[in-house]
Design a protein. Structure first.
Length: 365
């Protein structure tokens, strides 16, 4: 596997590449061009400059997160083909700088949702939290305003300003979209872009819905083992895969994350893994904890072991972290706690690897 770290290019991150390259075991960064409006082609010259900037610090850029999908594609509008062509053109340009995986999602209008971006914990750290009742009773516009107040001046992925301008009108359009139609729109997109993914040797890795249940009356479909299977069966190319996000899927207690990893990683359909932990406070209430198993409700040892046992050779990033030691910045994307998470994940991987090798030696003897 390759350990990578999410970094927001173009001056959108207070964390530097110099700091990132000092984290032991980090091979590269996961990044994007946040200033390019959704539906426009990412210019090759911009991407070449980005690649050089990153490689000057001895880091790789092989994973992009995200090339966002225009709402017209998700809605199945007549204009979707021109936006799909722009997506294909962006994929071609990304292939020319050596990108191997694109993480994306098909969540309508908004991506992830939290009720608090800076909830204080007993140890003095701050973290993102989800209270289901709060989300049920808040207007999404008010939630966007709340996020803006708590984001420390940073643009949040999935809550970009260009999305929010027409949020109410776009949400209204989804009232006429059935789940059946939404699945058809996903398949249309996949069948349009996967042949080019194969040609350009870029694997597409859809991110699960976060949280994995409907909010604001919008459809949520990448939510469970059965729906992941349904998604992968829409287009059986190995270039059609998933980003296995332990936190997104794990926020539904019914999802057995190690089992999901073993099934889909075992088939070579997990191209990217977001590994984080969370702590349940009720059936649908949780906060994002430190990565260690003992700090949260997910068993990170069993999750990492499932990746190892299935021969996972893709990319892993530590995903969200708490704000610790007085750090400020983009919620969920501080330096220190994610660096600790990387060290913990590397420790698990090394221990599992050595245990496996010793076990194999005993078997041979």
């Amino acid at each position: 596997m390759k350990m990578v770290f999410r970094w927001f290019a173009g001056g959108y991150d207070k964390i530097t590449l110099e700091q990132i390259r000092q984290i032991p075991g980090v091979k590269g960064v996961v990044t994007s061009l946040l200033d390019i409006p959704v539906g426009e082609v990412w210019p090759l010259k911009r991407l070449q400059a980005l690649k050089k900037e990153i490689e000057d610090y001895d880091l790789e850029v092989e994973v992009i997160e995200s090339v966002n999908i225009h709402e017209d594609i998700k809605l199945g509008e007549k204009t979707r083909d021109k936006y799909i062509q722009a997506y294909i053109d962006t994929m071609k340009n990304l292939s020319q700088i050596g990108v191997k995986v694109i993480c994306y999602n098909f969540m309508p209008v908004l991506d992830w949702a939290r009720s608090d971006l800076a909830r204080p914990l007993n140890d003095g750290s701050k973290t993102m939290a989800y209270k289901h009742e709060h989300i049920l009773n808040i207007d999404p516009k008010n939630l966007a305003h709340q996020f803006d107040e708590q984001s420390d001046g940073f643009e949040l992925p999935g809550w970009e300003p260009d999305r929010l301008k027409e949020m109410s009108a776009t949400i209204e359009k989804y009232k006429d979209i059935t789940e059946y139609q939404y699945w058809k729109n996903i398949k249309y997109f996949l069948d349009s872009v996967i042949p080019y993914a194969e040609e350009y040797d870029i694997k597409l890795a859809i991110h699960p819905d976060d949280p994995p249940w409907p909010i604001f009356g919008l459809p949520r479909v990448i939510t469970s083992r059965d729906n992941i299977r349904k998604f992968l069966d829409l287009n059986k190319s190995p270039y059609n895969g998933i980003t296995l996000c332990t936190g997104s899927l794990g926020s539904n207690k019914n999802n057995d994350i190690p089992a999901i990893v073993r099934e889909f990683s075992g088939e070579g359909r997990v191209h990217f893994a977001h590994v984080r932990n969370l702590k349940f406070e009720s059936e649908k209430d949780f906060y994002e904890s430190a990565h260690m198993s003992q700090c949260g409700s997910l068993d990170l040892f069993e999750i990492v072991k499932a990746l190892y046992d299935t021969g996972f050779t893709g990319y892993i990033r530590p995903d969200h972290g708490r704000m610790i030691w007085g750090e400020t910045g983009r919620p969920g994307y501080g330096l220190y706690d994610r660096a600790l998470g990387i060290t913990y994940l590397h420790g698990l991987w090394e221990a599992i690897d050595k245990m496996s090798r010793k076990s194999n030696k005993k078997t041979i003897i």
